[in-house]
Design a binder for this molecule. Structure first.
Ligand SMILES: [Zn+2]
Length: 260
């Protein structure tokens, strides 16, 4: 039995947002670091530790970089949805958002067939219509909200959607890329403290990383250390769909999977 849950996931944005905004070649190249180098460093670490993880992928990325998505699937990981070109859904009209969902699902289904279970909103921004689109397109789980430290079920019009909540503090992007306010060692310290807290409380922890961020230089050691410590403390490291199915099976809580 495991003592706590670590939902480790990766957002493979590459240069989708920069391409949508018409950003300059250097800005786009920062995103493309994921495609040339970062993703492979992440996959190496996961393979070494025998972990299958979840990669949230914009539909456009699946079309532009099919070899990356094929590699992720070949290595046994889950591919989930993350917008079409990494749109901010709260800035779109109903019809624009419908088109984003349509092109995202169509692009990803060409790659994963019916095995498309999870959705995560780009920038973790929802519009007032987003929940309706998530349920009407048949997703089993969402991973965008920040209102709990445990997975839970959202019931809507007779449909049950699993929420795997997230937190900006548990995302590599703000600290290492956007504000660049922490060194990798400081970020690792904070995350190890959260891992210890989760293990002491039979808890749940969701860590979000980006191959173009955590895959750069020595930052990859943060991923190595996080996995080593989590395994040592008895973590269950499920994919998003494994976790969501477990939540549905146990009605509300996943604690039955844990000891104590
Ligand atoms: Zn993203």
């Amino acid at each position: 039995m495991h003592r706590f849950i670590l939902f480790l996931s990766f957002d493979l944005d590459v240069d989708s947002a920069e391409a949508r905004k018409g950003a300059d070649p250097v800005a786009r190249s920062r995103g493309r670091f994921a495609a040339r180098r970062g993703l492979f460093k992440v996959l190496d670490v996961l393979r070494k530790h025998g972990i299958r993880s979840t990669f949230f992928v914009p539909g456009w990325v699946a079309e532009q970089y099919p070899e990356l998505v094929a590699r992720i699937i070949d290595e046994g990981h889950e591919v989930a949805a993350h917008g079409y070109m990494h749109e901010r859904l709260d800035e779109l009209s109903w019809e624009e958002e419908r088109k984003v969902f349509e092109s995202m699902v169509s692009a990803l289904r060409k790659v994963v067939g019916s095995n498309l279970y999870g959705f995560r909103a780009p920038y973790w921004k929802w519009s007032s219509h987003t929940l309706g689109f998530i349920t009407s397109y048949g997703f089993v789980y969402d991973s965008s909200l920040m209102d709990d430290e445990e997975p839970y079920i959202i019931s809507r019009n007779g449909i049950r959607l699993v929420e795997l909540p997230v937190d900006w503090r548990l995302d590599d992007w703000p600290y290492l890329e956007y504000y660049r306010s922490l060194t990798p060692s400081q970020l690792l310290d904070m995350w190890l403290e959260e891992i210890r807290y989760a293990s002491e409380n039979n808890g749940y922890l969701s860590l979000t990383m980006h191959p173009q961020c955590i895959g750069r230089g020595s930052r990859i050691r943060v991923l190595e250390e996080v996995i080593s410590e989590a395994k040592k403390l008895g973590a269950w490291l499920p994919t998003g769909s494994e976790l969501a199915k477990n939540v549905l099976h146990n009605q509300e809580r996943v604690k039955e999977h844990l000891e104590g």
